[in-house]
Design a protein around this ligand. Structure first.
Ligand SMILES: [Zn+2]
Length: 82
């Protein structure tokens, strides 16, 4: 397993996603990793994860940095979820 954000191999297991997939956390850049990532589409579990983080942290800028999603993407989800 290699971090697809920074290329590091120092990756720890970090629980499971809601749909039962193994989740990892990179020890170098601290970002969350998933197996078989889909770079350009967001499944419902990831979307929920991001939206939940948004409600906890209330920082759109932080989310775009952590999850690598665009502000526009998150904003459009927020509008739909209201
Ligand atoms: Zn990394």
């Amino acid at each position: 397993m290699e971090c697809y954000h920074c290329g590091s191999v120092r990756v720890n297991k970090s629980g499971k996603t809601r749909n039962g997939k193994q989740r990892y956390k990179c020890r170098e850049c601290g970002r969350t990793l998933r197996e078989n990532p889909q770079r350009h589409t967001y499944d419902e579990a990831r979307k929920e994860e991001i939206l939940r983080a948004y409600h906890e942290r209330s920082s759109l800028r932080g989310l775009t940095r952590i999850f690598g999603v665009s502000r526009q993407t998150v904003t459009s989800w927020l509008k739909k979820s209201l």
